[in-house]
Design a binder for this molecule. Structure first.
Ligand code: TMP
Length: 219
């Protein structure tokens, strides 16, 4: 029941702008869509986000980092995502467990199988139906964030080599599960990117059996 779409990408890939545009389009089409983000999306998870992104916490150990992301995720899945999916809704999530595999796994070098087990526990095995990767070169992404007037967080502060490993990690994850992932060039014109994403998602939704989703209300 329901349909879970996640957006992934290196910092500065423009995910948050694009996911909002998709959300607005789905609403205009009459779909029951819900937009959320990781880490965050519930009162508890937003507090954990504050801890994770605090520039004063530079000493945070990678294992503590993964457990905090997973705690925020467990809360979001149970409190928000599962109930919406169970009601036949579409959930759009700005980052999900693939961020853990890319950042903590490929970026920090934590064991991927261990991360997958922790993730499985946190989400009770809830996987996205579709994951959109907004791909761009790590240096270009960081430059965008520095000039983009957005929050500069503790993760952005890691060295460029870390962000390059994250990007390579995303590409490896996408290649390993091509039926779930679709990769877009994040540096293309924003309006064209939005149109490409919307076209893809609307086509996928149209293929679902009628019972999977609350049917669109004509606006
Ligand atoms: P964002 O809200 O700008 O996407 O920032 C979230 C930051 O948190 C980003 O640098 C990626 C990082 N992150 C992880 O390292 N692991 C995770 O599991 C998640 C969800 C995010």
């Amino acid at each position: 029941m329901g349909f879970l779409i996640t957006f992934e990408g290196p910092d500065g890939s423009g995910k948050s702008t694009q996911i909002k545009r998709l959300y607005e389009r789905l609403q205009t089409q009459g779909y029951d869509a819900y937009l959320t983000r990781e880490p965050g999306g519930t009162a508890i998870s937003e507090e954990i986000r504050g801890l994770l992104h605090d520039l004063n916490h530079r000493e945070m150990a990678p294992r503590a980092e993964i457990l905090l992301y997973s705690a925020a995720r467990a809360q979001l899945v149970q409190q928000v995502i599962r109930p919406h999916l169970a009601a036949g809704g579409i959930v759009l999530c700005d980052r999900y467990y693939d961020s853990t595999l890319a950042y903590q796994g490929y970026g920090h070098g934590l064991d991927l199988d261990t991360l997958r087990r922790i993730t499985e526990f946190a989400t009770e095995g809830l996987r996205p139906d579709l994951t959109l990767l907004l791909d761009l070169d790590a240096a270009a992404g960081l430059a965008r964030r520095q000039t983009g007037g957005v929050e500069w967080n503790r993760l952005d502060d890691y060295a460029l080599a870390f962000h390059q490993r994250v990007r390579a990690g995303y590409l490896a994850l996408a290649a390993a599960e091509p039926q779930r992932w679709v990769t877009f060039d994040a540096l293309q014109d924003k309006a064209e990117l939005a149109a490409g994403i919307q076209q893809l998602v609307l086509a996928r939704l149209a293929q679902l059996p009628a019972a999977a989703l609350t049917q669109p209300q004509s606006a």
